[in-house]
Design a protein around this ligand. Structure first.
Ligand SMILES: [Zn+2]
Ligand SMILES: [Zn+2]
Length: 340
């Protein structure tokens, strides 16, 4: 089978690998589609010091099952959770499966020398498999980042009648924005660079009432016509400093993001934070959760993630597409590898 490999900076190759047979608790999946995530771009830019396999937004068909793998059947369509929970540890038993990271994790495949999603097949634990119907495979790959967006929405505690600001309109920010709309936000502001025109347009289609082009008017200079009760940040950490300054009394700020080096450090006035009764919360949806809910919301059309797909490509073209979307944020939102 073909497996795509990445090495920083922006080197790609496709190799021929043996298919790994599933053990008793695994299944072999014929990969039909795999989405390019921001973390894949990060691997390509700096993180992948050695050649490594990548891709964790996977949909496909069950090709073969181990003898204890009874939750899915051969021929069934599945989405793959990038990570799951074990169901046995104290966190799991205390109803905090979101804090468990002891369970099978597709991303660990790299450490084990196994391949991930940018390949023709992938062998994964039965625990990572969620069957689905009624969606095409490309759309189904969006369920993984959608769970991340939904987690951000829950962590930020969006409620009926909230005025919401979403900063950073990548796939996760856009899907979180859509969920805020579905949860009954009164007014939604969406902020990103003016050069991200396709993303600003999509924010309007997903329910944003007002667009802020942050390179033209900073968040701190923008004249908001209502108090901001909830702010969701999927932008560099510095944005949190601005969010704290513009948030309403008693507001909640949700943040998701990774930044290394000096850019990871922020400063704010703790007295102001105290007297304003603000809350700052981190969302990190690992293990992956909410797949069934995201599938249902997509199947009934409450959210249409297919609108985010701007590019589709075959495994052999992976390098040129990843370079393209890294350089053309104004034209690309989500790129998906499709295996014919
Ligand atoms: Zn991802
Ligand atoms: Zn556990």
């Amino acid at each position: 089978m073909k497996v795509a490999l990445v090495k920083a900076p922006f080197k790609f190759k496709v190799e021929d690998w043996d298919i790994r047979e599933p053990d008793d608790n695994e299944a072999l999946i014929k990969v039909k589609a795999c989405g390019v995530c921001g973390t894949d771009l990060h691997s390509a830019r700096t993180e992948a010091r050695e050649w490594q396999s990548f891709g964790h937004e996977i949909s496909g068909i069950v090709e073969k099952v181990g003898k204890n793998t009874t939750n899915v059947q051969v021929g069934q369509k599945v989405v793959v959770e990038s990570g799951s929970f074990c169901g046995e540890c104290s966190n799991c038993r205390n109803a905090r499966v979101d804090l468990c990271n002891d369970a099978p994790n597709v991303i660990k495949n790299v450490e084990l020398g196994y391949n991930m999603g940018f390949a023709e097949y992938v062998t994964v634990s039965k625990r990572n498999l969620v069957p689905f119907d009624g969606l095409d495979f490309a759309t189904a790959t969006l369920i993984e980042p959608m769970g991340v967006g939904l987690d951000l929405t829950y962590v930020t505690d969006i409620e009926l009648n909230d005025n919401v600001l979403v900063v950073g309109l990548g796939p996760i920010g856009l899907m979180a924005l859509r969920f805020a709309k579905l949860m009954g936000a009164r007014k939604i502001f969406a902020a990103d660079l003016s050069t991200s025109n396709i993303r600003l347009q999509m924010a309007k289609e997903f329910g944003a009432d007002e667009i802020i082009e942050v390179d033209k008017t900073s968040l701190e200079d923008y004249e908001f016509d209502c108090p901001l009760n909830k702010i969701m940040v999927t932008a560099p950490p510095k944005t949190i400093e601005s969010a704290i300054k513009i948030a309403a009394l008693g507001a909640t700020i949700g943040y998701i993001g990774i930044k290394y080096g000096e850019g990871a450090k922020i400063q704010f006035d703790a007295n102001y934070f105290h007297f304003q009764k603000l809350q700052l919360r981190a969302s990190f949806a690992a293990p992956a959760i909410y797949f069934p809910r995201c599938l249902e919301l997509t199947q009934v059309g409450k959210i249409n993630p297919k609108m985010l797909i701007t590019h589709e490509f075959g495994i052999e073209e992976i390098g040129e597409y990843i370079k393209y979307i890294d350089e053309h944020r104004e034209r690309a939102i989500k790129a998906i590898m499709i295996n014919e």
